[in-house]
Design a protein around this ligand. Sequence first.
Ligand SMILES: NC(=O)c1ccc[n+]([C@@H]2O[C@H](COP(=O)([O-])OP(=O)(O)OC[C@H]3O[C@@H](n4cnc5c(N)ncnc54)[C@H](OP(=O)(O)O)[C@@H]3O)[C@@H](O)[C@H]2O)c1
Length: 311
Amino acid sequence: MKAIHLHGRGGPEHLVYEEAPQPHPGPGEVVVRVYAAGVIAPELIWSATYETNAGSLRSLPIPGHDLSGVVEEVGPGVATITRGAAVYALTAFDRDGTAAEYTIALSEELAPKPRLLDHVHAAAVPLTALTAWQALFDQGQLQAGQRVLILGGSGGVGIFAVQFAHRKGAQVITTTSTSNVAFVRSLGADVVIDYTQTRVEDEVHQVDLVLDTVGGEGTASALATLKPGGTLLTIAGQPDVRQAQALGVRTAFFPAQMGDTPQLLTTVSRLIDEAQLRTSIAATFPLSEAAKAQELSQRGHGRGRIILHVA
Ligand SMILES: NC(=O)c1ccc[n+]([C@@H]2O[C@H](COP(=O)([O-])OP(=O)(O)OC[C@H]3O[C@@H](n4cnc5c(N)ncnc54)[C@H](OP(=O)(O)O)[C@@H]3O)[C@@H](O)[C@H]2O)c1
């Protein structure tokens, strides 16, 4: 089969499209024929990309952990899923990933692909929907009627965060650039700040929760929008804890957790099929152009995820 291998630590120039051994499932595993895979911008600097859970180095890791595809082969002891099932998933970061024609997944990682979406759009969902949900509800404890500021509402995570918060009944304020203002409003944002025209701290005050998906200087500015006792969660950098303490607000850096992924993705799949949730992709590339896709994703602009269209 064809796959993308990482030939060294560093940037997209280390991604090589080449032959790889066809995987076969062990006990509890399945082989999925990958139709589409999501590109994860910071993955090339994560240690889990290069090391197994036990700490040993992996040779020529395959990146990518979002997938949408079809179960090709089922390993011993797998009773919950059958060959031919259309599935989507977020697979573990310390195993070979999904930028390949076939990949191994654990049967308990898989959820039914949303029927309304093609594989390319389905592959845009797992990591970003999971991150947005866990940040808003598990970490942020967002309640109906609260004010939430989402920095970067047009990004992969932001698109789901805006929709989840709107569905919850929160007042949703978000930032984006001019070309995405109407788009984020259509997702349910009540107030949209065009960050190219307006400083968020000049316009937004007394919010209960900030979800920062952008990082950089905007994190400090967003702290000033919180009411005393409010919370800033960031998925894109470390907040200034001393500044937060001085303002009487709480901050946390939040990494997505894998534990409840399939249950959550099953819920998200249902919401998409009931036309209650939308997704968007910024660009697609063939598998052979994974390096170009990774370069584009590292720029951090666009409307949704960048996807490898594999089959
Ligand atoms: N901790 C975790 O578990 C976790 C999980 C997933 C992602 N992440 C991280 O979260 C970040 C976002 O990921 P993503 O996939 O959502 O990114 P993405 O799809 O690349 O989106 C970035 C978005 O941010 C917007 N943006 C850029 N600069 C902005 C600014 N100054 N103010 C407001 N919006 C701005 C862009 O909109 P315009 O095009 O309009 O500029 C774009 O829509 C990345 O750093 C990623 O590594 C972390």
